[in-house]
Design a protein around this ligand. Structure first.
Ligand code: FOL
Length: 203
């Protein structure tokens, strides 16, 4: 049973994107994303699983995301990942195939679902009893401003679901899980306020 972790930066109304990219520029927040997703024991790597739109939203100079097993999900089996890409990036046609590819490999430490909206939805729909399911979410909550112009939203999973209950952990639990110190409380960057949070799902 391989647990998946969602990682996302989202507004209070779950806005995550605008015009096919992130609605904000938060270099320290992005560093946190990179550090969390890349941090793995010697001899292992984490996987970052993303939808095709998210892949295309990452600046070419940063993709594939370094020091991570990148897995791109597209129903188009001949989707061109690009010549700039090395052979290490995997193309899979759905989340289950991505999960299957990882369970074959002992070299994968953790698996992060990094978006976007439709892949988050697919991830949250995986049954808790299945071979892989999501048990944790690292959410950077964008508190202000509202970014009302967002045109992509993650599902509102922390509130509405009855089948599963999500609870927020302590800041210490977040730091212990990611394996490094994380600033606590409301952060400010470029006039944006946000907070690093970890949520876990009860079994
Ligand atoms: N989760 C969080 N917390 N913040 C995000 O910005 C975020 N973004 C995505 C998914 N989950 C997230 C998807 N979008 C890069 C760009 C866009 C993107 C994800 C990653 C990217 O270029 N990452 C580089 C960082 C380079 C830098 O340091 O600026 C990487 O190496 O991870």
């Amino acid at each position: 049973m391989s647990p998946l972790t969602i990682i996302v930066a989202a507004t209070k109304t779950n806005g995550i994107g605008l015009n096919a990219r992130l609605p904000w520029r938060l270099p320290k927040e992005m560093k946190y994303f990179a550090q969390v997703t890349a941090n793995a024991p010697e001899g292992q790597q984490n996987a970052v699983i993303m939808g095709r739109n998210t892949w295309e939203s990452i600046p070419k100079k940063f993709r594939p995301l370094p020091n991570r097993q990148n897995i791109v999900i597209s129903r188009n089996e001949s989707y061109d990942l690009g010549i700039y890409n090395n052979t290490s990036t995997l193309l899979k046609n759905d989340l289950s195939s991505a999960v299957a590819a990882m369970s074959d490999s002992k070299a994968i430490h953790r698996a992060f679902v990094i978006g976007g909206a439709s892949l988050y939805t697919d991830t949250l729909a995986l049954p808790l009893s299945g071979t892989a399911s999501v048990d944790r979410a690292l959410i950077t909550r964008i508190i202000a401003p509202d970014f009302e112009e967002c045109d992509v939203f993650m599902p509102n999973f922390l509130q509405e679901k009855e089948e599963s209950v999500w609870t927020r952990t302590s800041h210490q639990a977040l730091q212990e899980w990611v394996g490094f110190e994380v600033p606590e409380g409301i952060q400010e960057e470029n006039g944006v306020n946000y907070e690093f949070q970890m949520w876990v799902r009860q079994k």
